[in-house]
Design a protein around this ligand. Structure first.
Ligand code: G6P
Ligand code: ZN
Length: 543
């Protein structure tokens, strides 16, 4: 076995987005493309030399080859110990947990999250730090800069590692340990939730449906819900991970998880339904006849979390990304705990979690999690809801109605304009931004603008700052309009328009969401001229 130093030329497009480097499979399959990015990571993570690295992915097409390459390069770059999920599988939250539990020096996660998979789909790679949180922006910027100059990479020439065989193998000087992807995660869930109570609730005739969307979470849901909690065998649907995710788009939202939504609106609806995305970090929650928006799910879980075993000591604080509706802020105020507003991107929560300042956090993009890992966690969210239902004896609809009755309701939707020309999208944002200073004090449809700015954030723990994190037009507590460009797309630009409207009168809590937000959408159009500037008549996705 020899370590080879291979000459290479830089690519200029290896800049990680909101959650790692995401490109089409064809781009990743270009000569040395993956290797260049990996070497740029290894050379900027000196702590990995002689250290331990966790490796796993969402099982999509190219996962196995990429993992073999990552292991061969880890060996050539002096990593001592690699912990890899069997078959190369690890959900993103399970990987985060393994990194922390095994005190690894970081991890490589091979995933393009919810983006479609297969030879014509997308691939992705992100890296994590000790503790299981994603690399901070300052570091991903360094890796990008490095990738623009790279001239060599190092790789061990040796046969492939057997990813199917559990246990230890040696690979040059590297110890490779293949682990069951579910074991440690299932144990963690058992420590947080009241499995006996959930089991009894299910045995009592209650039901759950979990949609694995043919991606990574099927085996996790099968083990925990069916094998450990005794849910009926048909409680997990689309539970077998496939390399092309069954040709689907494993993004749990009202558009891409439509069959699950239809089930919940039908007479056969179980008590709770949940879906997770390609790599298992996103979640969607539905009750019988009712969709719980991610911002509401965060607020409702925050309100009930201290009834669950892992959280009985109470909540330290909460956090949400800026575009996420402000429902959870009201729960925090009622509990007298801190509420943080961060830029989009889970990594911004990690310092707060590490410092013990927040217990639960979430994002409008179907992400919810707690201090138990440093990633969002779809299966966790489903189990948290199950435990709340089992603990309170209430239905999802009862929980939601009681919540709105005591806190008021935040109507929320996101309108996406996908595949815009990048320059068109940038010009649109620039035009709206330049109009912001004049908006303050102006009234639109009875709402007055109290604040209009480009969101900037200073991390209260390490003082690092991030600017230009989205334009916000705030109408006091009553409403907000937010505009930003997605950081996760792989082609062109996606403009996201977020609308939030707050009502607390009892006769205003059961409106249709679209109708409640229509006046705000009209104001957004009046201020932003989105249609004429984007050349589009309507958003591609409303969720
Ligand atoms: C990923 C990240 C999230 C982020 C989401 C939306 O899922 O992990 O933290 O909120 O993408 O990002 P985008 O930039 O596309 O709105
Ligand atoms: Zn994901």
């Amino acid at each position: 076995m020899t370590v080879r130093e291979i000459a290479t030329r830089p690519y200029d497009d290896q800049k990680p987005g909101t959650a790692g480097l995401r490109k089409s499979v064809a781009v990743f399959q270009q000569p040395h493309y993956l290797e260049n990015f990996l070497q740029s990571i290894f050379d900027n993570m000196p702590q990995w030399s002689a250290g331990t690295v966790v490796i796993g992915g969402d099982g999509r097409y190219f996962n196995r080859e990429a993992i073999q390459t990552a292991i061969a390069m880890a060996a050539a770059n002096g990593v001592a110990h690699v912990i890899v999920g069997q078959r190369g599988h690890l959900s993103t939250p399970a990987a985060s947990h393994l990194i922390a539990k095994r005190k690894a020096d970081g991890g490589l996660l091979l995933t393009a999250s919810h983006n479609p998979a297969g030879p014509d789909g997308d691939f992705g790679l992100k890296f994590s730090m000790a503790g299981g949180g994603q690399a901070p922006e300052a570091l991903t910027d360094k890796v990008y800069a490095y990738s623009c100059e790279i001239a060599h990479y190092r790789i061990l020439e040796a046969g492939p590692v057997d990813l199917d065989q559990l246990g230890q193998q040696s690979f040059g000087g590297l110890r490779v340990e293949v682990v069951d992807p579910v074991d440690d995660y299932a144990e963690l869930m058992q420590s947080l939730f009241d499995f006996d109570r959930i089991r009894a609730w299910l045995a009592d005739g209650h039901s759950v449906c979990f949609d694995g969307m043919h991606a990574i979470t099927g085996p996790y849901a099968q083990r925990i819900l069916v094998d450990m909690l005794g849910a009926r065998a048909d409680s997990v649907i689309n539970g077998t991970p496939l390399e092309d995710f069954g040709g689907g788009h494993p993004d749990p939202n009202l558009i891409y998880a439509r069959p699950l939504v239809d089930l919940m609106m039908s007479a056969d609806a179980p008590d709770l339904a949940a879906a997770s995305d390609g790599d298992g970090d996103r979640n969607m929650i539905l009750g019988r006849g009712l969709f719980i928006s991610p911002g509401d799910s965060l607020a409702m879980l925050a309100a009930h979390l201290d009834k669950l075993p892992g959280y009985r000591q109470g909540l330290a604080g909460v956090a949400r990304s800026m575009p996420t509706c402000r429902a959870v802020d009201l729960v925090a105020a009622a509990k007298g705990i801190e509420a943080h507003e961060t830029p989009t991107g889970w990594k911004f929560f990690c310092n707060l979690l590490d410092a013990g300042r927040v217990t639960i956090c979430g994002e409008e993009s179907f992400g919810t999690s707690s201090m138990h890992v440093r990633e969002k966690d779809g299966v966790w969210a489903a189990l948290a809801w199950l435990n709340v239902l089992a603990e309170t004896g209430q239905s999802v609809a009862e929980i939601a109605k009681a919540h709105w009755a005591s806190y008021g309701r935040h109507y929320f939707a996101r309108h996406d304009y996908e595949g815009l020309d990048s320059d068109v999208a940038k010009r649109l944002i620039a035009a709206v931004q330049s109009a912001l200073p004049e908006l303050v004090g102006q009234s639109f449809g009875g709402w007055t603008v109290s604040l209009a700015d480009s969101f900037a954030y200073t991390d209260p723990i390490d003082g690092s700052s991030a600017s230009n994190q989205g334009l916000r037009i705030v109408f006091g507590n009553a409403a907000r309009i937010i505009l930003r460009l997605s950081g996760t797309g792989t082609s062109g630009a996606t403009l996201r328009l977020y609308l939030e409207r707050y009502e607390k009168d009892t006769d205003k809590l059961a409106w249709d969401v679209g109708e409640a937000l229509a006046p705000l959408a009209a104001i957004a159009e009046q201020i932003g001229s989105i249609r004429s500037r984007s050349g589009r008549d309507a958003p591609d996705v409303v969720t």
